[in-house]
Design a protein around this ligand. Structure first.
Ligand code: PDD
Length: 280
């Protein structure tokens, strides 16, 4: 199979030939969910956690999962190359109905799309990034990984416009997450991240970091981080699949810590890289 083949509704075909209807509800309404799954050494990372989150997202939008876990594994296998770091992108929409109507269509097959792309090293990984805080303008289903990402896009772009690499979102005085990441802060030597809630996506990278911290007796907890606490944090990180752990070295124009990725970031990033290696 040519390396640029993608999966669409039961077939593998070249990317250029993969087409969906303009009546697809993903296109018309943003009515669908997605997943982003890193693939290291040819193996999807934490696949069960990603597929569990896919189930949760589908349940949140009341769309049945079109495939069993083993069917998903079979769908992904031909897309993945064994010799490089990649990520799987998977999207399911409520399909193309005959007429445009906000209410769910009857007897409409979902659209199922999957592709694999190379992970391009991110410039901020070693040096850290600047981030900008802003009021979280999103809805109450942020725990579902929906393709309806306009608010996230506008947040990220507002950060980019101010010279930042990520937006850190604040709701009712507390941090929720980044525009496309979870947030960790080091407060009085303790690694803190907001606990799961409808206000944020439970990231798989976040889950791995909490596990690694616990296994290595690094003090950590899940609890609210106020905007004031964030400003006083000695370290701030944003975490996501593909970008992994990124230190925030500047927040709203002020230096965080000593302006370099901090000691706890160094430790957890090394543990994370070692954990990835151990799966090869
Ligand atoms: N996004 N929160 C939001 C809003 C996200 O979009 C993401 C990741 C995360 C981190 O989740 P994870 O660690 O499972 O990747 C948190 C992906 C990478 C994206 O939309 O491209």
């Amino acid at each position: 199979m040519a390396s640029k083949a993608v999966y669409l509704n039961g077939s593998y075909l070249p990317l250029q030939e993969a087409k969906v209807s303009v009546l697809d509800r993903g296109f018309l309404f943003g009515d669908g969910v997605y997943e982003v799954i890193p693939v290291y050494y040819g193996k999807p990372f934490r696949l069960d956690s990603h597929l569990q989150r896919l189930d949760n997202s589908l349940a949140a939008i009341r769309l049945p999962n079109p495939h069993s876990r083993s069917e998903w594994r079979d769908i992904f296998a031909p897309l993945v190359a064994a010799d490089k770091n990649q990520y799987l992108y998977l999207q399911i929409t409520r399909g193309a109905a005959e007429k445009r109507d906000h209410a769910f269509p009857e007897n409409t097959a979902p659209t199922v799309f999957a592709m694999c792309a190379d992970i391009v090293p991110f410039a901020g990984t070693q040096d850290g990034i600047a981030a900008v805080t802003m009021d979280d303008s999103r809805w109450r289903l942020c725990h579902a990984k929906t393709i309806t990402l306009l608010a996230n896009i506008l947040h990220r772009q507002a950060a980019v416009d101010q010279g930042g690499g990520e937006a850190i979102l604040i709701k009712d005085g507390n941090v929720t997450e980044g525009a496309a990441s979870n947030v960790f802060a080091v407060l009085d030597g303790v690694l803190v991240t907001p606990g799961p809630s409808p206000a944020l996506l439970s990231g798989i990278t976040r889950e791995v970091i909490l596990e690694l911290a616990q296994k290595n007796a690094i003090p950590c907890r899940e609890s609210a981080i106020s905007a004031a606490e964030l400003n006083s944090a000695s370290e701030i990180w944003v975490t996501s699949s593909i970008r992994e752990l990124i230190a925030v070295v500047e927040l709203d124009g002020a230096v965080v810590g000593d302006g370099k990725p901090g000691p706890l970031w160094q430790t957890l990033n090394s543990l994370f890289q070692a954990y990835k290696q151990s799966l090869s």
